[in-house]
Design a protein. Structure first.
Length: 404
């Protein structure tokens, strides 16, 4: 009797890692484990949550991994290459014919290793595309569009997309750049957006909110989460600088990543009176923190469309807050904002337009936006997303045409 096929989830980020990617991959792995044998190849060491341990639960194999700081590009590149290589050999050991392996675009070399190992072992492979490389690196100014490295990565992508059986996009805007690759077909693409981790419900502005009560300003502009290479910290700081004399408006900033380090450097030099920093907010305090601001900013650099989608976006909607999105109008989050009347979309690099949006929000009754935001957030539901992932895995396991 042929052994039952299993699912292998390969991710550098997995609990106890506190990142958003780790939480997403754990949610998916646990949902799949309800119906299939699941093995997780994880780059994170430490104790797992109790919900993921015990009889009948998934099996986690820790891959040796040393993560360098994002600013240390060479060391980080070497670390990620070593992790992808170790994962490749682990997959060769774990995978059998007919198995399915699911991975994500972090680090960017991991999908190449996964696609190669799956093809070698006669398994099927699926990629969750959170970021499209090398486009992210070109957008951040780290690579030139026509450089040898960029052309080499695009050539590797063509081979990878040809080998993959499915690519999961979290934004509608990703389809166009994907289909520019000769190895990619529309039949391989599945659109499964991320979801709000907070319960969608209006949260009123409370004067005793622990993050708000220390601030005297009437209108709080918030910025939260990871600021990576695709984000623009300068536009936020420039807006704060130009609004410093408007005492009613205050900027409350919390997060991590290279962009936040840049914000701290700028504030250390300028010492703006209308800017406050909060340390990284833990999950238990996230709801209170997101409810503390009147308006939230998501600041991207230009050319974000099809490259990246902000996962934090859905929780901002879930608490009923308007957003100002700095991006092109065709980007996924911008489409959602405009289609549903959830805030403002600002041209990248235009601090003057960002200031206009902030002033407009401060003078507006945003109660109608709050109601619409909560309704939209309820459509980005964890259960809907988990069922979509489960259905895709079943297709890969049992549909020979999709597996070709």
């Amino acid at each position: 009797m042929q052994p039952r096929a299993k699912i292998v989830v390969a991710s550098q980020h997995y609990p106890p890692d506190p990142s958003t990617t780790a939480a997403i991959m754990a949610e998916i792995a646990c949902r799949l484990a309800a119906e299939h044998e699941v093995v997780v190849l994880s780059g994170s060491q430490g104790a797992l949550p109790a919900a993921q341990t015990g009889p009948g639960k998934l099996r986690v194999v820790v891959i040796r991994n040393r993560m360098a700081d994002k600013a240390a590009l060479v060391r980080r590149g070497v670390s990620e290459l070593l992790f992808a290589t170790r994962t490749f050999f682990a997959l060769v050991r774990e995978l059998g014919r007919g198995d399915v392996v699911l991975t994500v675009t972090a680090p960017f070399m991991l999908p190449y290793a996964v696609a190669a190992a799956a093809r070698l072992r006669g398994a099927r492979s699926a990629l969750i595309m959170h970021d499209l490389f090398p486009d992210v690196l070109v957008m951040a100014g780290l690579l030139k569009p026509g450089s040898l490295v960029t052309r080499t990565m695009r050539a590797a992508n063509s081979l990878m997309f040809r080998a993959l059986n499915a690519v999961i996009t979290i934004g509608r805007d990703a389809e166009r750049p994907l289909l520019s690759y000769p190895g990619m077909t529309r039949s391989k693409i599945r659109f499964i957006p991320n979801w709000a981790t907070l319960e969608p419900a209006p949260r009123p502005l409370m004067p005793d909110n622990p993050f708000r009560k220390a601030l005297s300003a009437r209108f709080i502009v918030g910025l939260s989460g990871n600021l990576g290479f695709t984000h623009d910290p300068e536009i936020v700081f420039e807006a704060a600088r130009l609004l410093e004399n408007e005492a009613d408006i205050h900027f409350l900033l919390s997060g991590w990543g290279i962009g936040f380090e840049r914000l701290k450097q700028l504030q250390a030099a300028a010492n703006l009176s209308n800017v406050s920093f909060v340390g990284r907010v833990e999950d238990a305090e996230l709801e209170a923190f997101l409810a503390s601001a009147n308006l939230w900013i998501i600041p991207y650099r230009k050319d974000v469309a099809g490259v990246s989608v902000p996962s934090r976006f859905y929780n901002l909607l879930a608490v009923g807050r308007p957003v100002v999105l700095v991006s092109e109008p065709e980007a996924e989050a911008a489409l959602t904002v405009v289609e549903n009347g959830l805030g403002w979309v600002v041209t990248p690099g235009r601090a003057d337009r960002l200031i206009e949006a902030i002033r407009a929000a401060s003078r507006s009754d945003t109660s109608a936006i709050a109601e619409r935001a909560v309704n939209v957030a309820s459509r980005f539901d964890r259960t809907i997303a988990m069922n979509a992932y489960a259905n895709l895995i079943d297709e890969l396991l049992y549909n020979p045409e999709l597996a070709e």
